[in-house]
Design a binder for this molecule. Structure first.
Ligand code: PBG
Length: 328
């Protein structure tokens, strides 16, 4: 039906009509808010590279967790900072680490909130890499044991789910085996399955001081040029026991999200990472774009690409906008 018989603009005439034919609806129930836990008490300090995000001590994390639930957001993803860093990232698997304490305190205070923990060593190692280092090499299999210990320490503290983000081969299977062995067979794993060696993690690395002290993460994180490989990574993690698979970052990889969506029926998460957040925040500060509209457009596009879950620093702001009925 060519013009003039058919006119696509007919259904764009009014806000109500546009709502009626809107294909993609963002909802609070698919959002996960990352939180940054630091040692200490009474700390709520804004992160310079992530305006609107905070370093939170355990007590403040509990307050924040209550606010998250009040927004109707079902889950948080916890990252931690140690008292001190060392080559083996010991505080990552310390039962008294900031994350372990925060998990416990949040589950006590707000049991309904799903508490997910990021499982990785890079925030805890003095060299800033996600695994054990031998010279300039990141040693895969030795790292697995430390990741198992880290995941187990989170689950023993009460975590509802663990999310390995290290990109070592075999870590999902290793963590699954370890949790099952200890009787935690009901705890799901959200695998950072297709995680790219991205420059968009910059603000996050500043927030947790995890920039590698030598080299980069290209020997374990994926090449941004590859998409077929993402499907392979996802299939491997599923075979090893992943319950949710993730593509990260989100916006520069919408094609990967769509492709992975075609390849699995498992729940698919997308991580709208720190650099994607910071770009919008920074441009908005300069008055170069409308922050609220850009945020909703970005998040909706990630959903349109095929995700079920979005991990985003915008979670609370997005919910407030959705409740106001805001559109892009
Ligand atoms: C840890 C980890 C990183 C992020 C999540 N988990 C950083 C990295 O891999 O360098 C990035 C999150 C973000 O940028 O928002 N490995």
């Amino acid at each position: 039906m060519p013009f003039p018989t058919y006119r696509t603009r007919r259904l764009r005439e009014s806000p109500a009509l546009r709502r009626l034919v809107q294909e993609t609806h963002l909802t609070p129930s698919e959002l996960i808010l990352p939180l940054f836990i630091v040692p200490g008490h009474g700390i709520r300090q804004e992160i310079a590279s992530l305006p609107g995000q905070y370093h939170l001590s355990v007590d403040q994390a509990v307050t924040e967790a209550k606010a998250v639930v009040d927004h109707g957001i079902p889950a948080v993803l916890l990252f931690g900072l140690p008292e001190s860093k060392d080559p083996l990232g010991r505080e990552a698997y310390s039962p008294t680490g900031a994350v372990q304490q925060a998990v416990h305190a949040i589950k006590q205070a707000v049991p309904a909130l799903v508490v997910i923990t990021d499982v990785c060593l890079c925030e805890y190692t003095d060299h800033g890499h996600c695994g054990v280092v031998d010279g300039e090499r990141i040693v895969n299999d030795l790292t697995l044991e430390l990741l198992q210990r880290t995941a187990l320490s989170h689950v023993e503290a009460g975590a509802d789910m663990v999310a390995p983000s290290d990109m070592m081969d075999g870590r999902v299977g290793a963590i699954r085996a370890c949790l099952d062995d200890k009787g935690y067979y009901q705890i799901p794993i959200m695998a950072y399955a297709a995680k790219y060696a991205s420059s968009f993690y910059g603000p996050f690395r500043e927030a947790v001081q995890s920039t590698p002290q030598f080299g980069d993460r290209r020997s374990y994180q994926m090449d941004p040029a590859n998409a077929r490989e993402a499907v392979r990574e996802v299939q491997l993690d599923i075979a090893e026991g992943a319950d949710i698979v993730m593509v990260k970052p989100a916006l520069p990889y919408l094609d990967v999200i769509a492709r992975v969506r075609q390849s699995t029926d498992l729940p698919l998460a997308a991580y709208n990472v720190s650099g994607e957040y910071a770009m919008i925040k920074a441009a908005a500060r300069l008055g170069w774009l409308d922050e609220e509209r850009a945020m909703l457009e970005a998040l909706t596009s990630i959903k349109r690409a095929g995700e079920d879950i979005i991990i985003t620093y915008f979670a609370k702001e997005a919910v407030r906008l959705l409740e106001r009925g805001a559109v892009w």
